[in-house]
Design a protein around this ligand. Structure first.
Ligand code: NAP
Length: 201
């Protein structure tokens, strides 16, 4: 097994790198810009902008993964509302690029999606429930899912994660735990919504 990880500088990407090292799995970590994860050796890191088909194709041809875990995304939901075109380019069009490169090598492609594909009205969703995305971010993820669902090649999987949180190195985005810890350290009050319910499995 040879795993190629996209978005390895991100929170989930860093955790997957950690697991690959822990289980002695052959992996290639890729992300935009230089390696910001000190736990990831530089010799298994390749700088890769997933919106560039040429770069994706070149890295895939060189490493030849058997499995691809696609975590890279524009994950700031508010920013996606402000820049819907950039959101679509990153979260939908780039998925098509990375999926195409995976198919060319018959590598399994795993897409990281989100519970935001649902509108939240029903709750307690199963994977067969009808999606109804409400935000640009959610729409871009649903469209990415559709690329896989409508393809004749079924060598893929979709993980719809819910609230990814925790510590990481040089993260460009905060998360609920980091935000709460920082506020508590400063002695700031925590203003937390009490009308949102998230499902955990
Ligand atoms: N966080 C959540 O609560 C949550 C919930 C549901 C689903 N998800 C999904 O789970 C996945 C991982 O989330 P996460 O929290 O780990 O996200 P994250 O920390 O924001 O990581 C995403 C990574 O993608 C990288 N990236 C951005 N543009 C890129 C490009 N053009 N080429 C290559 N890499 C690029 C980012 O680089 P920089 O660090 O340099 O910006 C970042 O390291 C995402 O697909 C997200 O949509 C997350």
């Amino acid at each position: 097994m040879k795993i190629l990880i996209t978005g390895s500088n991100g929170l989930l990407g860093q955790k997957i790198v950690q697991q690959c090292i822990h289980h002695s799995i052959d992996f290639c970590a890729t992300s935009k810009g230089s390696n910001r994860n000190p736990d990831c050796p530089n010799d298994v890191y390749v700088e890769l902008d997933i919106t560039s088909e040429e770069s994706v194709s070149s890295v895939f041809k060189s490493y030849r993964p058997t499995h691809v875990i696609h975590t890279a995304a524009m994950t700031n939901v508010d920013q996606c509302e402000i820049q819907p075109d950039a959101c679509k380019k990153m979260n939908t069009e780039a998925v098509e690029i990375v999926f195409r490169a995976s198919k060319a090598l018959n590598a399994h492609f795993q897409l990281l999606s989100t519970d935001f594909v649902f509108d939240g009205l029903k709750g307690d969703y199963s994977e067969d429930d009808v999606v109804n995305p409400l935000s640009e971010y959610a729409k871009s993820k649903v469209e990415a899912e559709q690329i896989l669902l409508s393809d004749a090649n079924k060598n893929w999987s979709i993980a719809r994660t819910i609230i990814v949180y925790g510590e990481g190195h040089h993260l460009t985005r905060s998360n609920i735990v980091l935000w709460a810890v920082e506020a508590l350290r400063k002695g700031d009050p925590l203003n937390i919504v009490d009308d949102q319910f998230r499902a955990m499995v």
